[in-house]
Design a protein around this ligand. Structure first.
Ligand code: NAD
Length: 260
């Protein structure tokens, strides 16, 4: 159940949840590739890990671009010799009522969340198979992998889709000891959520405080946001779990917003 010396790629690790997962993996002794479209911010995460005595590298990756994904994974393999853990985490949010949802925005959402998960998985799998060490693939789902909310048709569709992809990867990867699981966080205070608060206030014609209390945290058991550390702990568990006993699963970490 250890990830010491494991080679990990975390997409979207320049900010928010991905950044905290990268820091947590590095503290646990893993080598972490920070794969992000925002190169400057990715380098800042690398610097933070290096300052704490860890090992990290930044790779430039737009997860929707097949060539960039393949090149970035190859860069990590060239540098460190393989891939043991993939965290497919990069994501954005775009909210509109369905009747006003621009088709271009719909396609952008599905490309980042679903094409990104597929392309990174496809690029990493052969290296996990070749190493003989197995591997762990972790998808960043959401409570919206299980539940719906108004205005979020593309996000909810994409996040539900990740559970399907995960189950197939779990079945196809089993013979090689490659596990796949989904983390489903509730609302976490990151730039992705901070952007939504004023947008939802305007769309729903309520105050920003009411968006937080009456929309985002209404169904939690204690009115609290999930933290980046909470999510990173689950990412550590999935990354280090050493057998196929834990595969094809989706784990909700949401202060009880969604109970299975
Ligand atoms: P964030 O905005 O803080 O970070 C997202 C990161 O993804 C950024 O570094 C950004 O540069 C990167 N990114 C965006 N598009 C990219 C692309 N095409 N290629 C590569 N990198 C790209 O967001 P966050 O809140 O940390 O979200 C991370 C993941 O967690 C997302 O998949 C999101 O849907 C999911 N999630 C977030 C919450 C939440 O409440 N914050 C809840 C559940 C799930």
């Amino acid at each position: 159940m250890k990830i010491t010396d494991k080679i990990c790629i975390v997409t979207g690790a320049a900010s928010g949840i991905g950044r905290e997962i990268a820091l947590t993996y590095a503290r646990a002794g893993a080598k972490v590739a920070i794969a992000d479209i925002n190169k400057a911010a990715a380098q800042a995460t690398v610097d933070a890990i290096a300052q704490a005595g860890g090992t990290a590298m930044a790779v430039s990756m737009d997860v929707t671009d097949e060539a960039q994904v393949n090149a970035a994974v190859a860069e990590v393999v060239d540098a460190w010799g393989g891939v043991d853990v993939l965290v497919s985490n990069a994501g954005i949010q775009i909210v509109h009522p369905i009747e006003d949802f621009p088709f271009a925005d719909w396609k952008k959402m599905l490309a980042i969340h679903l094409d990104g998960a597929f392309l990174t998985t496809r690029a990493c799998l052969p290296h996990m198979q070749a190493s003989g060490r197995g591997g762990s693939i972790i998808y960043m789902g959401s409570v919206h992998s299980k539940e719906a909310s108004v205005l979020k048709s593309a996000y909810v569709t994409a996040k539900h889709g990740l559970i399907g992809l995960c189950k197939v990867v779990a079945k196809e990867g089993a013979a090689h000891g490659i596990r796949a699981n989904v983390i489903c966080p509730g609302f976490v205070r990151t730039p992705l959520v901070d952007k939504q608060i004023p947008e939802q206030a305007e769309a729903l014609r309520i105050s920003e405080d009411d968006v937080i209390r009456k929309v985002m945290l209404k169904e939690t058991v204690d009115g609290e946001f999930t933290s980046v550390q909470d999510v990173a702990e689950i990412a550590l568990l999935f990354a280090g779990f050493a057998s196929n006993a834990l595969t094809g699963q989706s784990l909700v970490v949401s202060h009880g917003w969604f109970m299975q």
